[in-house]
Design a protein around this ligand. Structure first.
Ligand SMILES: [Mn+2]
Length: 317
């Protein structure tokens, strides 16, 4: 049994444990996910051809808790005895369950179980190997906390046929709603591009909605300052992002200051954080926006040049 809303690590660990125990042919095992699986694990389980256990009441005489670190994660689950497999740094179930496979250094419960199977000479089928690798990748944020022990486990899983390309694809893919994709693409196609001094770039665009989503792409594409304008009745909502390097170079909360400057110069309100902020300005002031942004950066020693005017101004006028 996993914790509530099983994540990929919990789901992978529970399914492989069930597979391994059932393979020994003794006893009867069943996997239960209290409150089902979360959306990422549902997607991964389905794509890899595993069924997604339905959300239901979990109850048994004896349970093996997998990736569970506290009683609140299994609230409502009925059991008399428990065993435990887990890797959380803090686990308040340790006294309660026996036997335990517990190792806070393991990186993921999937890694802990894969390692145990590897050391016993067990072989796992390809789809299970991929699922375990997905659990490991999920909990270690794509192996950012890699060490030689984990690398050996990953190598073993790859040897069993785990498909890392598939894991990356499944873990990074998010279902993006149609309207959000339209907003991002319109944002890109209308974008104006400006140079700020020698080494920095600014972009301005106009979208109907999903400003943050568009801005993420503007920043990822190289904007140090990115503005997304969205018309709302008589107002324009301006959302501002400033790259980490420019925040560092300026040494001041640049996004918030720019937003405040826009509001003060154009008549509106604005504020926020160093790298993310926003303002609302009158719709009639769109024609002055370029000039006001220019003033702001000139005052900080940056000369602005137009590299590509784009169509944001017409679209947001
Ligand atoms: Mn975990």
């Amino acid at each position: 049994m996993t914790h509530r809303s099983a994540d990929v690590d919990a789901a992978g660990a529970a399914l492989i444990l069930n597979y391994a125990l059932s393979s020994y042919g003794r006893g009867s095992f069943e996997v239960c996910f209290p409150e089902g699986a979360d959306s990422t694990s549902r997607r991964i389980l389905t794509s890899l051809g595993f069924g997604v256990p339905a959300s239901r009441k979990c109850a048994a005489e004896r349970v093996i808790l997998v990736d569970v670190s506290s009683p609140s994660q299994v609230e409502g689950v009925e059991f008399a005895e428990c065993s435990l497999v887990d890797h959380h740094a803090v686990n308040t179930m340790l006294d309660r369950c026996s036997p335990r496979i517990y190792d806070p250094e393991a990186g993921a419960t999937s890694a802990l179980l894969a390692e145990a199977l590897m050391l016993t000479g067990f072989r796992v089928p390809e789809d299970y190997a991929t699922l375990l690798l997905a659990g490991i990748a999920f909990d270690t944020r794509f192996l950012r906390t890699l060490n030689s022990r984990l690398l050996v486990v990953v190598e073993w899983l790859l040897g069993m046929g785990a498909d890392f390309d598939e894991v990356s694809r499944l873990l990074t893919q998010r279902e993006v709603p149609y309207a959000e994709r339209v907003a991002r693409l319109k944002g890109l196609s209308r974008m104006g591009v400006y140079s700020l001094g020698e080494d920095y770039l600014m972009t301005i665009t106009c979208v109907g909605a999903y400003e943050s989503s568009s801005l993420r792409y503007a920043v990822e594409a190289g904007s140090d300052v990115a503005l997304a304008l969205a018309p709302r009745d008589e107002e324009i909502r301006v959302t501002v992002r400033v790259s980490e390097r420019l925040v560092r170079a300026l040494g001041t909360p640049a996004a918030a200051e720019l937003s405040r400057h826009l509001a003060e110069s154009l008549g509106g309100s604005g504020g926020g954080h160093e790298a993310a902020a926003g303002a609302a300005i009158p719709r009639s002031s769109v024609g002055s926006l370029e000039r006001v942004v220019s003033e702001f950066f000139s005052a900080r020693g940056f000369k602005i040049r137009v590299l590509e005017r784009g169509r944001w101004m017409e679209e947001c006028a």
